[in-house]
Design a protein around this ligand. Structure first.
Ligand code: ZN
Ligand code: ZN
Length: 142
């Protein structure tokens, strides 16, 4: 984890926060589809407990689809485990990081919900708070 400042592609203002390298920290993330908040997926058992399994398919395998579209139903299941964000938005595997100043997309571009190939970013940028997966489950057993 390190301090990071990112100039927004939309408004030109700087967003400051913590940058985590997801590979090193063994973590995944889903951004909120409406605000800069992000859900950090740290608990690897959580998917297993909920019966969610990632198929390990290579291009050309039976069941494999272009842009890894065979993963779409899996991501939907994962998204469905969690409560909405405090802003009313949902955490989506396809959501992009938003600027903490203007709330537009920090790196420009547009989300592509039908191309899961872009859904596992190498870094997560936390500017406006984050949620912990276990605490944010719809059914956390408490
Ligand atoms: Zn939100
Ligand atoms: Zn901005």
């Amino acid at each position: 984890m390190s301090k990071h400042t990112q100039k927004c592609n939309s408004c030109g203002q700087e967003s400051t926060g913590e940058l985590y390298h997801l590979g090193f920290s063994n973590m995944k993330c889903m951004y909120c589809d409406s605000c800069p908040k992000v859900l950090l997926l740290k608990n690897r058992e959580l998917l297993e407990k909920n019966g969610i399994k990632f198929p390990h398919l290579q291009a050309g395998d039976e069941g494999w689809e272009f842009y890894d579209r065979h993963l779409l139903p899996i991501y939907k299941q994962i998204e469905g485990l969690f409560k909405p964000c405090s802003c009313g938005g949902r955490f989506r595997a396809w959501a992009l990081p938003r600027c903490s100043v203007c709330n537009d997309f920090l790196f420009g571009g547009k989300p592509e919900p039908d191309k899961p190939i872009h859904w596992s970013p190498k870094h997560v940028f936390v500017t406006d708070g984050s949620y912990n997966d276990t605490e944010h489950l719809i059914d956390n057993g408490t």
